[in-house]
Design a protein around this ligand. Structure first.
Ligand code: SF4
Length: 794
């Protein structure tokens, strides 16, 4: 016999498969080879996978039972439902276990992932009433958010996303209502035949008819047999309960292992107990480690071994298990002319170290060596092989076990021969090849497709919308790769399922904008538009507060304001800020008479068409947007005001010399140009400013006179941005390191596993020096990068 010591059970299996290939290569027929293992887990599944990967014909019992199959999991989760009162976890488990049909007439599968997200975001817990109430409320929230999104930003994609979700939500509610009816414990049959027929109908409803072809056919046939047998129990017991029925079905499904291949054809793979009386040319025995084979003795807690020993063998003692294992081992050894036994030194998954089976030490003694370890470390003992690692196994094998091992062996040989690894010929389809290209590209100083360089690969008309919005363009400036993920690939960042405790920044902003708009609309319609000398009196303040309360109540009924405890305080703060718009109005300069509020252009419900701008490159682009307030002074100055409910921090550098902060603040020039274009008769100049409308930001303003120079800077920036987007430049531009503590500017696209983005940071240093990205770097400018460092948390 040969003993091979390998790192862990994974390596045992790979080494065995490689050795089997070696034997086949020497002319041993597959049916003369046996691979035996002492435990199903982990050997059965791994052997099945690796032998299939290597296309070796084998016969044995599959590690998979019907209970593990998609159908088995479906049945188990369905049978669990009647006791759960539509508990959200049980329903989501049911949905995720297999692809259930959307409805009885539909071949489409239920979108389990997005339904799970919806149910979690809606905060569903259990019971049909709760599902119905929470989903309906969430639907209303989604529709309101969609409407607001469309009205404020004109971002149709984002708005449609919310609407699509609300449609899916309707489907989910219909599905859950039907499911509730099907698994209602009160309407379930109470006899074997009735429950079997109920289960058959449920399978047909959710998975379709059982006349399947392909690999699933066997599972459906097996389940049909199980149900046939169970319904015969009606002869023994006329009635039963769901829990007895469930336990019986599950026990039957767990007992059904599929057979692979035909006995006598191909390599025999199976439990070591099958070796009795068989005859092979070569047998591999896996798992020769204490605790695996022999199995760890289990003490019987009720009757001790000492007491059992008194009964002259009537009851087994714990060492009997070890003796049985020994007999099986000897039987397996004797079933073959040659044997290879494998000892796994540890279990890398469980961080566990193993000791060799005691029988291996006995073998070493018989070979005249004091211990197995000595034999393994001494190359003169060719019967004992120490294989230090998987890599050494691949190196020393005559033939690799799979195309992946083949590639790995080629790479190792290439490295030994000092060859450039990039030139080693690999399988084209190999994941090594794709991985090698990716690592090679990312490690190089080149700007490749793996770094977001899609120049020449994208269709310009598909990567941007016809009507541009400054908010979306800002996203490209902040990080082109995140723009690509969100707006070209339409990949959403996964929603956090944390329930919102407080009103979100978006809704907070909506409340202020909406209430201020209603107040000034009211003033304009009454023919008393506020002018620079207007002194707001108690009545005005009361009116503004009243309007604020109206909007707040609307948001409250839509469930958009968070938990009542926080909302009470937040609402007071917001109403206070709203009143401040009147109280602190005289601190702004310049001021004029209000001529428009929420002036919308290029938006679906807007008053004006999109704003056209001809850029220095000669291309004309259209813009959309909404200007919060436009005033006109007696001296003919148009005053554009944009309310900001966030922080001032990232606008501190804004000035007439730095009017767009490296392309990240495009609203003021755009809004000024729009106001001028639509309301600019008899106007000498336009002034635009952000107004930070909260006590916390001390009612600060940041703005400037919008000169031709400012508009030129804006147009040039838009040219660079549109060029970049249409030209397929989407490199990941990591957030500045100082803002990473706060998570500002970070997203999950480059860091889905939260293990960090150091490589991307490093690569960006190289990419930022490239000519192709020079216009982008120049646009951002040192000042823009510096402002980034302070965080941008509008
Ligand atoms: S993780 Fe950072 S670099 Fe990557 S896409 Fe998001 S913002 Fe850009």
């Amino acid at each position: 016999s040969t003993v091979i010591s390998v790192s862990d059970p994974d390596d045992e299996v790979k080494t065995t498969v490689r050795s089997v290939i070696g034997l086949l290569d020497q002319g041993v027929t597959a049916s003369q080879i046996a691979v035996l293992y002492p435990q199903q887990n982990p050997y059965a599944r791994q052997l099945e996978e690796h032998l299939n990967d290597s296309a070796i014909c084998f016969s044995g019992v599959s590690s998979r039972t019907i209970a593990d199959s998609m159908l088995g999991r479906f049945i188990s989760s369905l049978l669990n439902l009647p006791d759960q009162n539509l508990n959200v976890k049980a329903v989501l488990n049911f949905l995720s276990n297999c692809q259930t049909r959307l409805n009885v007439d539909s071949p489409l599968s239920a979108p389990s992932t997005s339904w799970s997200q919806i149910a979690m975001a809606a905060g569903v817990t259990a019971g049909l009433e709760d599902w119905s109430e929470k989903l309906s409320r969430y639907k209303e929230q989604l529709l309101v958010t969609a409407e607001k999104e469309r009205a404020r930003t004109g971002d149709d994609d984002q708005a449609s996303l919310h609407e699509r979700k609300s449609h899916e939500l309707d489907e989910l509610l219909t599905f859950v209502t039907e499911l509730n009816h099907i698994v209602d414990p009160k309407s379930l049959p109470t006899d074997w035949a009735g429950l079997c027929s109920w289960l058959r109908q449920a399978i047909e409803r959710y998975l379709g008819s059982n006349d399947r072809v392909g690999p699933e056919k066997g599972d459906f046939v097996a389940v049909e047999q199980v149900l046939d047998q169970l319904q015969n129990l009606a002869r023994v017991e006329p009635t039963t309960t769901l829990s007895v029925f469930r336990r019986s079905v599950e026990a039957q499904l767990e007992d059904h292992n599929e057979r692979i291949g035909k006995l006598g054809q191909g390599v025999l793979v199976g439990d070591i107990r099958q070796a009795w009386g068989l005859n092979f040319e070569h047998t591999f025995i896996l798992g020769l480690a204490e605790g695996i084979f022999p199995t760890a003795p289990r003490k019987n807690g009720v009757i001790s071994d000492e007491d059992r020993a008194q009964l002259n063998g009537a009851l087994s003692v714990s060492r009997d298990v070890t003796n049985d294992d020994h007999r099986r081992f000897l039987a397996a050894l004797s079933s073959s002319n040659k044997n290879t036994v494998l000892f796994p030194r540890g279990d890398l998954r469980q961080h566990k170290e193993n000791y060799p089976a005691r029988w291996l030490e006995q073998m070493a003694e018989r070979m005249g060596v004091p211990s197995l370890n000595e034999a393994l470390m001494d190359s003169r003992h060719s019967w004992a092989i120490h294989q230090p690692s998987f890599i050494s196994g691949v190196r020393n094998s005559n033939f690799p076990a799979s195309s992946q091992e083949f590639d790995l062996a080629s790479l190792l040989d290439g490295r030994d021969e000092g060859q450039d690894l990039a030139t080693v010929l690999l399988n084209n389809t190999s994941s090594f090849e794709a991985g090698r290209q990716l690592i090679d590209s990312r490690n190089s100083g080149r700007f490749t497709r793996f770094d977001g360089n899609l120049s020449g690969l994208v269709n310009p008309s598909t990567v941007r919308t016809n009507v541009l919005s400054p908010t979306r363009l800002k996203q490209w400036v902040d990080c082109p790769h995140s723009y690509f993920m969100r707006h070209v690939l339409d990949v959403d960042e996964p929603e956090s399922f944390r329930h919102e405790f407080r009103i979100s920044a978006l809704i907070r902003g909506s409340l202020i904008h909406e209430a201020a708009d209603r107040f000034f609309q009211d003033q304009i319609s009454k023919g008393t538009p506020p002018g620079p000398n207007r002194q707001y009196n108690e009545h005005d303040i009361l009116l503004m507060r009243q309007i604020g309360m109206e909007v707040a109540t609307e948001l409250e009924t839509q469930g958009l304001v968070g938990r009542p405890l926080f909302w009470k305080r937040d609402r007071e703060q917001l109403l206070n800020d709203l009143v401040g718009i009147l109280k602190f109005d005289n601190q702004r300069e310049p001021r004029g008479t209000v001529v428009a509020t929420e002036l919308k252009f290029g938006l679906p419900d807007g008053d004006f068409p999109p704003l056209k701008r001809k850029l220095p490159s000669g291309r004309t682009v259209n813009f959309r947007g909404s200007v919060d307030r436009v005033e006109k002074t007696a001296a003919g100055t148009l005053v554009v005001v944009d309310y900001k409910t966030g922080k001032l921090d990232s606008y501190k550098q804004l000035s007439p010399d730095n009017p767009i902060l490296g392309g990240s603040q495009l609203q003021l020039p755009l809004y000024a140009a729009a106001a001028n274009s639509y309301l600019g008769q008899d106007v000498n100049e336009t002034h635009a400013s952000y107004w930070f409308t909260s006590d916390s930001q001390k009612w600060a303003t940041k703005g400037y006179l919008v000169t031709y120079d400012v508009l030129d800077a804006f147009d040039e920036a838009i040219d660079v941005i549109v060029d970049g987007i249409e030209g397929g430049l989407f490199p990941p531009k990591p957030a500045p390191s100082s803002s990473k503590w706060t998570g500002v500017g970070k997203c999950v696209f480059c860091d889905p596993d939260a293990l960090g983005t150091r490589e991307i940071d490093e690569k960006w240093k190289t990419l930022s020096l490239l000519d192709s990205l020079h216009p982008y770097i120049q646009l951002r400018g040192e000042d823009a990068i510096a402002s980034d460092e302070q965080g941008d948390d509008e």
